[in-house]
Design a protein around this ligand. Structure first.
Ligand SMILES: O=C(O)CCC(=O)C(=O)O
Ligand SMILES: [Fe+2]
Length: 210
């Protein structure tokens, strides 16, 4: 039985087309064609209209660490509501535990270097980001387009690299079964070499969001 803010392997594998990466070190899944081409296009248009420079927690002084742009997507947009409904049906996580949906856009040369989505429990920013809603639990990420070259997402500790494909979903548990954070979730949004890359990111928390 999944705890608050969590999905489960059994539930995710009940979805047609869902595949688990063959590693005991991480609960990591992919599902092709999760979103229709039409919904991907609508979300790309919203990201283009609202993008701003991305930020990071626990800034390490590397101004090239995350060079993409981010867009906070409004929950009142019909396309965002359709996406949220699909995520709820898929993962069963109480929407109150979800952060607002974000879009990310990477132009040629932009990347998000190797990082984890959980907040470092001993990091300077832990209290700032986790005091209300708690730690991040699961990540759901969806590629909205095919990139001409580059832009893969690499999980180097578990030896898995995913190529962007319009509508393809990745999801993973940022924690281990005992609730501790899982460093094997380290992942790198690699540099786009040609074209532009758009993704959706949806993070969930242990407790209710704000
Ligand atoms: O763009 C990617 O491939 C990864 C994005 C990511 O890891 C993030 O936004 O946290
Ligand atoms: Fe990430």
């Amino acid at each position: 039985m999944a705890g608050p803010g969590e999905s489960s392997t059994d539930r995710l594998l009940a979805k047609a087309g869902m595949q688990r990466a063959p590693s005991a070190k991480i609960e990591l899944f992919q599902c092709r064609d999760f979103l229709s081409a039409e919904l991907c296009e609508e979300l790309i248009a919203l990201i283009d209209a609202g993008r701003r420079p991305s930020t990071i927690a626990d800034d390490n002084g590397d101004s090239y660490f995350r060079t993409s742009e981010t867009c906070d997507l409004s929950a009142s947009e019909p396309a965002v509501q359709r996406l949220e409904a699909m995520l709820l049906e898929l993962n069963g996580i109480d929407p109150a535990h979800g952060e607002p949906v974000q879009g990310q856009r990477y132009a040629v040369g932009q990347e998000f270097k190797a990082h984890t989505d959980y907040f470092a429990p001993d990091g300077l920013d832990f209290h700032k980001f986790c005091s209300v809603a708690g730690q991040r639990t699961w990540t759901f990420m969806i590629y909205l387009n095919e990139v001409v070259a580059g832009g893969a997402t690499r999980f180097k500790t578990v030896g898995k690299t995913f190529q962007p494909e319009a509508g393809k979903l990745l999801c993973w548990n940022n924690r281990r079964p005992d609730g501790s954070v899982n460093p094997n979730t380290l992942h790198h949004g690699m540099k786009v070499r040609k074209g532009v890359k758009y993704v959706i990111t949806k993070w969930y928390r242990e407790k209710e969001w704000g």
